[in-house]
Write a protein of this length. Structure first.
Lengths: 510, 312
């Protein structure tokens, strides 16, 4: 084993070598298993977009490991260069396998079964004397095989038939693999030209489908050409219903869909499992929350008025999400000094009361005399820093006052400021997406199934029949074999021989 | 009857099925070791009784919850173990006429049921909105039917690997009175499978289990039956995911693992058609698929957080 003496590969020869190894089933197999292995990694390491909080935790707790993971793309396996490489190689390998196979298959379909010699050397062989002429016997064998969906060629002058059956196995297998290719293409194209994002819409508001209105949640495909639809969604109301146990029963957004010019398209109920669609864009029920309408006045003049979207923290272990209050923030940057108010909303007043009395909040299933606790701060909002709408940075502020505010009430903050809690509304969160590849993917998936069945359950069989005059009758020789499912063919073969033996009565002696 | 009575009936029938399978399993192992035909009859009868009780348990559960009992991991396990035993009776005992592997299949069913009742039990209850879809019934039932078939194939593959190893260790010319035969008390042809070899070799090579080629073939058939159903299950799952979550595929852990299992079993089917991979190597791929199936079924729900977590 001395490597240096091996002949040096020219570029062309090494390319040919690579191509040849890509064509082998073994390479495809290894690539397929590598793809599975990569997916395992993706399911064990938290992924971007699926478990962002856990990624952040990893960065805090194990900074070195997190940096290494990040470098090699383990936090975004399905978008990493090596995952792309594996499936691209798999695609190439698939094509490399499929092109010659399809060609051979088409050749096979067009050609007729070829004659063979030495039938007695076949795996299955039988000789049967029948009392009819060789031509009659062959004609009968031919009809028999035809009836059983064999392709039959002959007798072309010679007293021999060649037959085969089961092209569906290779055909089905090819269909399966080609459909799999189409599916992958459909996925890449559909995702690449589409987008997905989330829309937060308060009852009574109208939301327009444009990039800006996603508040940074939009994820647009690589080939997306900024062609947002401009479709508008006017949310009439949202309703969440629960069973007495606190288990959710139904979430419904009643909405009107309008086109980009504001013409009404359709009134829809969007619920879980029942999305709405307009101009290729789909709207799915995703979540909901509360949005109190708050009016802030200074010296009797409104400086802020409208629904404020509240968020909920994840409930601690052992506490239901329904027992948890909602947090929202009102910022008044136009005042000097600036003022910020932090609210905690209890949509059902009894939830807060139960917490104060027993130490445990009651699940809040419906709106019931909603109440908010508030803390006001004065100072610098530090608006120059990037921060979420629901976050109040009080590092440069001093506490002003705290209090409780019920629906329909107004409170005086001093300095001529009043806050009114006019009414409580709900907001709905809709997932909005467009994927034009959906139909390609679905059709390909159906074709995959259709191809799989013959590929797995049929087998390729070949049969030959010869006839020789033998005294007054004929000696039929039948030989054949199956490439798959051999034990079934054994039975099929013996049934065939049995039927060939049975000469119809009127033929006898003719 | 009230809902409570149905729930109780379901649990009682579960216990009957559990202990019947346990008895069937012990009898099957006894038969494997000593080849007494009456013991085999006891084993199959106990399995049949268990299967009937099992069906009662599933139906009772459905009536108690007032829906098709496919809403959580306990119910999935209930149906999965039922179908594994049913598929075993139909395919292995009935179709392939292999009588010696029942103990292992029943052991799988017993373990599945024990895990279900110990770790996964929840009372019968209605479903949350995301699960409320016709696609759920199609998706979940095809996933469970195929899981049971693939699991049965997995058990047979393990037995194949055990047997294949023993056969490789036998001398190439089989001795008439080999060590493996001495335990055997059964009449020589009792256990003959569909294509058992000529008598002498059969006796020498048989040992405790059917011939490896028989095990390999039955395992392949069962997996080849389960694989398209698994494919169908993934497709219907994707259709459902599209209507519930707005995307047909999101690399959620359960999705990812069902894909991994699909890929590995696809690898197995290819491996069987690839020279140099037939036999033991292909079986090892199927074994990896079996492990992946168990991870898909249990680990994802119990330890990995994802959208399918509510199924526990």
């Amino acid at each position: 084993m001395s490597l240096p003496t091996a002949p040096r590969l020219s570029l062309r020869r090494s390319l040919a070598l690579v191509w040849r190894s890509l064509r082998s089933m073994r390479t495809a197999l290894v690539l397929l298993l590598l793809l599975a292995l990569a997916a395992v990694a993706g399911s064990l390491v938290p992924q971007v977009g699926v478990a962002d909080a856990r990624i952040a935790a990893t960065f805090r707790e194990h900074p070195l490991r997190a940096r290494i993971f990040d470098q090699i793309g383990l936090f975004d396996v399905y978008g990493s260069w090596w995952f792309t490489m594996i499936y691209t190689l798999l695609l190439v390998s698939l094509v490399a396998c499929l092109v010659p196979r399809t060609r051979a298959f088409l050749r096979n379909v067009r050609s007729r079964p070829a004659p063979a010699r030495e039938l007695d050397a076949m795996r299955h062989y039988a000789e049967l004397p029948v009392r009819e002429s060789p031509d009659q016997a062959l004609g009968r064998a031919r009809r028999l095989l035809r009836r059983r969906l064999f392709r039959v060629s002959g007798p072309n002058g010679a007293r021999a038939l060649a037959a085969d059956k089961g092209l569906g196995r290779e055909g089905g297998s090819l269909l399966f693999h080609i459909a799999f290719l189409v599916l992958l293409v459909g996925v890449v194209w559909g995702r690449g030209t589409g987008f997905t994002g989330q829309a937060v819409i308060v009852e009574g508001q109208t939301w327009t489908e444009t990039h800006a209105n996603y508040d940074g949640t939009a994820r647009e495909g690589r080939f997306f050409r900024e062609d947002h639809s401009g479709v508008q969604v006017r949310v009439e109301d949202f309703r969440a219903t629960y069973r007495p146990t606190g288990q959710p029963r139904d979430f419904v957004t009643r909405a009107t869909l309008l086109d980009a010019e504001g013409r009404e398209l359709e009134r829809v109920d969007i619920r879980v499992n029942h999305p709405a669609e307009a101009e290729g864009v789909k709207f799915y029920q995703f979540g909901y929350g509360w949005a109190p309408v708050l009016r802030v006045e200074r010296d009797g003049e409104a400086i802020s008025d409208g629904p404020v979207v509240c968020q909920q923290d994840t409930a601690p272990e052992g506490v239901s999400q329904l027992q948890t209050p909602w947090n929202c923030v009102v910022k008044l940057p136009s005042l000097d000094p600036q003022v910020g108010i932090r609210f905690e909303l209890w949509p059902d007043r009894r939830g807060l009361l139960a917490l104060l009395q027993t130490g445990e909040a009651m699940p809040m299933l419906v709106e019931y005399a909603p109440v908010m606790t508030w803390e006001a701060f004065e100072g610098d909002l530090r608006a120059e820093l990037v921060q979420g709408v629901g976050v109040l940075d009080t590092s440069a502020m001093r506490p002003l006052e705290t209090g409780v505010l019920g629906a329909g009430e107004t409170v005086d903050l001093g300095r001529g400021l009043t806050v009114s809690f006019t009414e409580l509304r709900q907001y709905t969160v809709l997932t909005v997406s467009r994927d034009r590849g959906l139909w390609i993917v679905l059709s390909a998936a159906i074709l995959i199934l259709l191809g799989l069945l013959p590929a797995l359950y049929t087998s390729r069989r070949k049969l030959w029949v010869t006839a020789e005059a033998d005294g007054a009758g004929t000696l039929l020789k039948v030989g054949g074999f199956a490439l798959q499912r051999r034990s079934q063919f054994e039975q099929e073969f013996s049934r065939l021989v049995r039927d060939l033996r049975r000469v119809p009565d009127e033929r006898v002696g003719s | 009857m009230s809902t409570g009575t149905w729930a109780e009936l379901s649990r009682d029938a579960f216990s009957v099925a559990f202990f019947a399978y346990l008895l069937g399993m012990l009898a099957a192992f006894h038969f494997l070791a000593f080849r007494r035909k009456p013991v085999w009859v006891v084993s199959v009868a106990a399995t049949g009784v268990g299967l009937a009780a099992h069906l009662v348990s599933i139906v009772g559960r459905g009536v108690a919850a007032d829906r098709i009992p496919l809403g959580n991991m306990y119910e999935y396990s209930l149906l999965l173990s039922f179908l594994v035993v049913l598929a075993y009776l139909v395919f292995v005992e009935g179709y392939a006429r292999v009588k010696t592997v029942g103990g292992f299949v029943l052991a799988f069913a017993v373990i599945t049921m024990a895990v279900a009742v110990l770790f996964l039990y929840v009372g019968p209850a209605p479903l949350i909105p995301a699960l409320n879809s016709y696609w759920r019934q199609v998706h979940v039932s095809s996933m469970i039917v195929s899981s049971s078939l693939l699991a049965l194939g997995g058990v047979l593959t393990i037995l194949y690997l055990v047997k294949e190893r023993r056969e490789r260790r036998l001398p190439s010319a089989p001795p008439i009175m080999g060590g493996a035969v001495s335990i055997d008390g059964a009449p020589p042809h009792f256990e003959a499978g569909a294509d058992e070899p000529p008598q002498v070799e059969a006796r020498a090579r048989r040992g405790w289990l059917p011939r490896s080629s028989t095990l390999d073939r039955v395992a392949y058939r069962v997996i080849a039956f389960g694989f398209p159903i698994w494919t169908f299950g993934i497709i219907t799952g994707a259709i459902w995911a599209e209507s519930a979550w707005g995307r047909y595929w999101g690399w959620d852990p359960k999705e990812t693992w069902s894909f991994i299992t699909w890929v590995v079993f696809a690898g197995y089917l290819h491996a069987r058609a690839t020279s140099g991979w037939k036999g033991r190597r292909a079986a090892i791929v199927a074994l990896v698929g079996f492990v992946s199936l168990l991870v898909t079924y249990y680990a994802v729900n119990l330890w990995i957080v994802g959208l399918h977590s509510y199924a526990t």
